[in-house]
Design a protein around this ligand. Structure first.
Ligand SMILES: [Zn+2]
Length: 208
């Protein structure tokens, strides 16, 4: 079921339409995908909303990339998920890219576009060799796509991100999903601490 409503293109401001669709991700949950296509300038956006629900625990998903076919794995990266590729000394903070439902290849392309548009994402912006660093990063990223020996880590304190297990329902030997308790700071970032008003505080455990 697709819901359509009128918006304006975020790029050229021409009237455009947004399609809103609820998608069930297998072995995960339902998400809302909002896609806007502009007939005027060709701009396309694709945003995923997790529906605001925050899971009781955060998730840290680690994929060991071993094969080019890993690039076709489905990925749901929520708005609150950060991405890390330790072999590339790369870290993308939460909120740097919006929510995405795509493949690993699609997400790496989005990262590349983002880094090209804004090299500050690579850190130490003061070095004169920023362009060199950018080229190096893009080269390495290409290598990861080609023969690949790297780790791809998604850390989502809201627990709303997903990386496809291609062996499901069997265990995936290259994929590990850890669930963890959020820290106070992470709850703070998600705005959960403010939501806890007096009446909702958990009752103290009965003493006996
Ligand atoms: Zn447009």
């Amino acid at each position: 079921q697709v819901l359509q409503f009128n918006t304006n293109c975020p790029e050229c401001n021409a009237p455009a339409s947004t399609n809103m669709k609820v998608v069930q991700i297998p072995h995960f949950k339902e998400v809302i995908i909002m896609a806007t296509n502009c007939d005027s300038c060709g701009h396309r956006t694709n945003e995923v909303k997790s529906g605001g629900a925050i899971e009781p625990q955060g998730t840290r998903i680690t994929l060991r990339i071993t094969d080019p076919s890993d690039m076709t794995r489905d990925i749901l990266k929520s708005e609150t998920c950060s991405v890390e590729i330790p072999e590339l000394e790369f870290e993308l903070g939460m909120g740097a890219l919006g929510g995405k439902f795509t493949t690993l290849e699609g997400l790496l392309k989005d990262i590349r576009d983002l880094v090209e548009k804004n090299p500050f994402t690579l850190g130490d912006s003061s070095t004169p060799s920023r362009t060199g660093k950018l080229q190096e990063f893009i080269g390495k990223l290409q290598e990861v796509k080609g023969k690949a020996q790297a780790h791809f880590i998604m850390d989502d304190p809201a627990g709303n991100s997903y990386l496809q297990n291609v062996y499901a329902p069997e265990e995936d030997p290259e994929l590990s999903v850890q669930r963890y308790e959020r820290s106070f700071e992470q709850n703070e970032e998600l705005g959960l601490n403010d939501m806890r008003t007096e009446g909702y505080e958990p009752e103290p455990a009965p003493r006996r």
